[in-house]
Design a protein around this ligand. Structure first.
Ligand code: ATP
Ligand code: MG
Length: 137
């Protein structure tokens, strides 16, 4: 069993896609183990995306992630990290395959509807960034 952190980003929350995306998660067989709506400050977003701090898109990314409410979820299942990334599709919605969430709900590379952890170590960090031990046993 593996866990991963998923985020329904502010663009998708603002466009009222929360229900549709959660429906797709449940239909995929991934288990939702924890879920919360958050309003990140820019500092919170900078801490979350610290691995990207030297990238040219860091300021825009963290401003966007703190621009409105987001929904964070802990997903669990066999190969959860890979399965959630496959369900999201490519980072750029233009490159994402038909039927993926980013194709359907994303509008551009910097407004791509969802986030997913990319490895076991980043998943552990990201899950602990949002969920305490009581919420995620
Ligand atoms: P995420 O980490 O959000 O799940 P990802 O792992 O597919 O996405 P990363 O390379 O980790 O992609 O980039 C993090 C986020 O930064 C992307 O989701 C995207 O919104 C934004 N981003 C990545 N590359 C660019 C870029 N070239 N221009 C603008 N924004 C970008
Ligand atoms: Mg990433």
């Amino acid at each position: 069993m593996q866990r991963t952190l998923a985020i329904i980003k502010p663009d998708a929350v603002g466009a009222h896609y929360v229900g549709s995306i959660i429906q797709r998660i449940e239909a995929s067989g991934l288990e939702i183990r924890a879920l919360r709506m958050v309003n990140l400050t820019q500092k919170d977003a900078e801490g979350f995306y610290a691995v990207h701090k030297d990238k040219p898109f860091f300021a825009g990314l963290t401003a966007f992630m703190s621009s409105g409410p987001a929904v964070v979820l802990a997903l669990e299942g066999e190969n959860a990290i890979r399965r959630w990334r496959d369900l999201m599709g490519a980072t750029n919605p233009e490159d994402a395959e038909a039927g993926t969430l980013r194709k359907e709900f994303g509008t551009s590379i910097d407004r791509n509807a969802t986030h997913g952890s990319d490895a076991e170590d980043t998943a552990a960090y990201e899950l602990s960034y949002f969920f305490c031990g009581l919420e995620l046993r």
